[in-house]
Design a binder for this molecule. Structure first.
Ligand SMILES: NC(=O)c1ccc[n+]([C@@H]2O[C@H](COP(=O)([O-])OP(=O)(O)OC[C@H]3O[C@@H](n4cnc5c(N)ncnc54)[C@H](O)[C@@H]3O)[C@@H](O)[C@H]2O)c1
Ligand SMILES: [Zn+2]
Length: 364
């Protein structure tokens, strides 16, 4: 088992990464605190398998655990689903020391985490991520949220987990497209913080796509190490490096929104968004043609898209205007400056973005 510490003073926690470690969850939770009740919130696709196994492990360690199921998909990130979880928590008799345990991908972690942040003004929370995207990224850092009809993640909180339990064996059942989506976030971590990690992803692209557990565990631990350092330096995204994690997400989110969140997986959109950020950096003399070519090549090796699908540039531009990360109407771009380093830039004119989108395949 690899253990990565997220250093946040009194809110510090461990991310455990391994293959076949789900059985050990209950003992680890029991060691952490006095709470003896838990509500396991599981994605419907894994409730009968990993959700039930998590519950059994908790009960085996002497806790009383109930299981609530969350329908799969982004459409579950609502206040309505959160309210259902409050009901389940009350039915299960949870008190302020009880645990909410999320078993699933980023959707489950975000909704269960938001319920944990708000139920009884906050109860302890454990993440058991079962998608690669959630293991390398979403389960660490304490951002929890639901969506608003007008935008993603608009209603949320910072609520750090007390433990993240990442079992790469759960990825055996993950569809190949979801695995690739998670690898996009790993590439993002390499570009923003660690050239060596990026090189490792390139060398191991084929084994990673084949689902090799040892290679996946290395990637999860490697990405979590990078994200943990960023989060430790700027827990609440207040002017420090946490905003760097938005690399690729400006165009990425706009693309997802322009496609009504149905056309591309999150990681696929981020892959295209990183290519776009690279092109903007190139145009400013910040980044080289060779590095851009390497980035495009790596994303291609990982089976990720690098061009914009059939959607109009105007639609994407419309979505960009609503970017949550914009300040007083100006979008803040994260641009690469070399493998392992990025910078922030808010001096990108809409006309330049429009031309870029068209050159990357967007429809006029
Ligand atoms: N909080 C954060 O810091 C953060 C960071 C990145 C993304 N996110 C959020 O995460 C969400 C995306 O997460 P995701 O990509 O994990 O999507 P997801 O949670 O929707 O999971 C993807 C799909 O995989 C299925 N699934 C999950 N585990 C499985 C398994 N082991 N085997 C088979 N199928 C499985 C799910 O049912 C779903 O259909 C978005 O809502 C995004 O906003 C949050
Ligand atoms: Zn992301």
């Amino acid at each position: 088992v690899r253990r990565v510490r997220v250093d946040l003073g009194p809110r510090s926690y461990t991310v455990a990464v391994g293959a076949g470690i789900l059985d050990g969850l209950g003992a680890a939770v029991a060691r952490l605190g006095p709470g003896r009740r838990a509500l396991v919130v599981a994605d419907a696709a894994v409730a009968a398998t990993y959700g039930a196994a998590a519950r059994q492990s908790l009960e085996g360690a002497g806790l009383t655990a109930a299981l609530a199921t969350l329908p799969s998909g982004e459409a579950s990130k609502t206040l309505g689903e959160t309210a259902r979880l409050y009901d389940a928590a009350l039915d299960a008799g949870l008190d302020r020391r009880s645990w909410i345990v999320a078993v699933g991908g980023g959707v489950t972690g975000d909704v269960a985490g938001f319920a944990a942040a708000t139920f009884l003004r906050g109860v302890p929370f454990v993440q058991v991520p079962t998608t690669l995207l959630a293991q390398v990224d979403a389960s660490v850092g304490g951002k929890v949220a639901v969506d608003h009809p007008r935008g993603k993640n608009l209603i949320g909180a910072f609520h750090q987990p007390s433990l993240v339990w990442a079992d790469v064996a759960t990825l055996d059942t993950l569809p190949a497209g979801e695995l690739r989506s998670g690898l996009a976030e790993a590439v993002k971590h390499g570009v923003l913080a660690d050239a060596g990690y990026l090189a490792m992803l390139r060398r191991r692209a084929a084994v990673l796509l084949a689902g090799d557990r040892e290679a996946l565990a290395r990637v999860v631990a490697g990405s979590v190490r990078i994200k943990a350092a960023v989060v430790a330096a700027d827990e609440r995204e207040e002017g420090g490096p946490r905003s760097h994690l938005n690399l690729g997400h400006t165009v990425g989110h706009a693309l997802e929104a322009a496609l009504d969140f149905g056309g591309l997986r999150h990681g696929e959109a981020v892959a295209i968004g990183m290519v776009a950020a690279g092109r903007l950096a190139l145009g400013r003399g910040l980044w080289s043609e060779a590095w851009q070519a390497e980035l495009v090549d790596l994303l291609g090796r990982l089976g990720l898209p690098t061009a914009i699908p059939a959607v109009s540039a105007a639609r994407i531009m419309g979505a960009l205007k609503l970017d949550k990360k914009s300040r007083e109407g100006r979008v803040r771009w994260v641009l690469p400056v070399r493998p392992g380093a990025v910078t922030l830039c808010d001096a990108v004119e809409p006309a330049e973005v429009g031309r870029l989108l068209l050159s990357m395949g967007a429809l006029p």
